[in-house]
Design a protein around this ligand. Structure first.
Ligand code: ASP
Ligand code: MG
Length: 415
């Protein structure tokens, strides 16, 4: 008999009909003998509705009151789901964050979980109850209601699974798993059976947003097997788990992530002297702008072109700062370009396979795509290209690395 924590997002509990469907599904799990802790989000759209109400009264309400307000959304769906289970003859009880005692710090609207008291939950499970816990919320030392930040129910589910030492944490959502790349872009995109925490973090931060990143990090840290599944369709979903020995021999690339969120800033003709990178990027970081890819190259005449990317929304602010520094450095010019895209190959298998980068560059060259910037890490290679070639690039790479095909080499590898 396994203990499973299952999280249902806002679209899965968006109406009474959907809540009834989820209750049927849970009844099936219970009949199969599983012990269940269910974490729910507010009914779809409810958190936004509550925030809009608040903003009709005040532009910036105090965070403490916002938390009291928005935490009600989850309480509604938890109670309704418990009722639906009870009506089916399954003893179920809803718990809110402070009833469980999900203890957080006091950073209202972005609180962090510090401790979860699992005694009561274990006693309820032992008594045969299905537990329905409100996602997204906790309580601070003083008893104030806190919330964990938008999308925080994923984190609640993972934290509960870790504290309860659950066998698996299942996140039910509106997609049936994690794909090799965005299926809207590439017809042959394939659902992965497995992916590692590390790969998932790279895929998510690069644009394949299925799970809250913080929840994935948390799951990795406590080694909670995390599965993404479709709420209303049957299927195995994608299991996100720690790296296994067999992954070393698994296909090198797990997937292709991409983002159109970045913009490029180039400072032309800066002197090649110590401290230049710091003089350019120091003030940019100083105002809280995050810099991603950086490229610097010295020409024969000892002058340097210095290029970096930032989030598109930060481009103008960063360019203004850099233009001032460029003046002080006697640089030739500052140029910006917001029509770029970043594409990344992600895979832990890269650690043990050489030649991935050259295969990637060859595939892009074959379709005439110019690479503007390159950056690599142990399990990722990213290139920046002109945005208009994004689709072509992702499709070409997807087929160059044969990601549409089920790998058949190893029965127990990534498949
Ligand atoms: N209801 C909250 C939100 O919309 C938390 C969640 O859905 O995870 O952000
Ligand atoms: Mg969500």
């Amino acid at each position: 008999m396994s203990l499973i924590v299952q999280k249902f997002g806002g679209s899965s509990v968006g109406s009474v009909e959907k809540i009834e469907t989820i209750a049927d599904k849970l009844a099936g799990f219970r009949d199969a003998g599983h012990r269940l802790v269910v974490v729910v989000s507010a009914m779809g759209g409810e958190t936004n509705r509550l925030l809009a109400l608040a903003h009709q009264i005040q532009d910036s309400p105090v965070p403490r009151e916002l938390d009291v307000l928005v935490s009600t959304g989850e309480q509604v769906s938890a109670a309704l789901l418990s009722m639906a289970l009870n009506r089916r003859g399954f003893p179920a009880k809803s718990y809110n964050g402070s009833q469980v005692r999900i203890l957080t710090d006091n950073a209202h609207t972005k609180a962090r979980i510090m401790d979860i008291d699992v005694r009561r939950l274990h006693a309820e499970l032992d008594a045969g109850n299905i537990l329905v816990v409100t996602g997204f919320q906790g309580v601070d030392e003083q008893g104030n209601i806190t919330t964990l930040g938008r999308g925080g129910s994923d984190t609640t589910a993972v934290a509960l699974a870790a504290a309860l030492k659950a066998d698996e944490c299942q996140i039910y959502t509106d997609v049936d798993g994690v794909y090799t790349t965005d299926p809207r872009l590439v017809d042959g995109a394939r659902r992965l059976d497995n992916i590692t925490f590390e790969e998932m973090l790279e895929m998510a931060s690069l644009g394949s947003k299925v799970l809250q990143n913080r929840a994935v990090e948390f799951a990795g840290k406590y080694n909670v097997p995390l599965r993404v599944l479709h709420s209303f369709e049957d299927g195995p979903g994608t299991l996100i788990r720690t790296e296994e020995a067999s992954d070393m021999e698994a296909p090198t690339i797990a997937g292709i992530a991409f983002t159109r969120d970045e913009a490029k800033i180039t400072v032309l003709g800066v002197p090649d002297t110590p401290g230049v990178a710091h003089r350019i990027l120091g003030p940019v970081g100083g105002v809280g702008i995050e810099v991603d890819v950086i490229v610097q190259n010295v020409a024969e005449d000892k002058s340097t072109d210095f290029t970096f990317t930032v989030h598109r929304n930060d481009m103008n602010r960063a360019a203004a700062i850099v233009t001032q520094v460029a003046g002080e450095l006697n640089a030739r010019d500052v140029r910006t370009d917001d029509r770029i895209a970043k594409i990344s190959l992600v895979g832990v298998g890269m650690r043990s396979h050489a030649g991935v980068a050259s295969q990637m560059f060859a595939a892009l060259a074959e379709v005439g795509i110019n690479i503007q910037m390159i950056t690599t890490s142990e399990i990722k290679i990213s290139v920046v290209i002109n945005e208009k070639f994004l689709e072509l690039a992702v499709r070409s790479l997807h087929s160059a690395f044969e990601l549409e095909q089920e790998p058949t080499l190893l029965a127990d590898g990534r498949n």
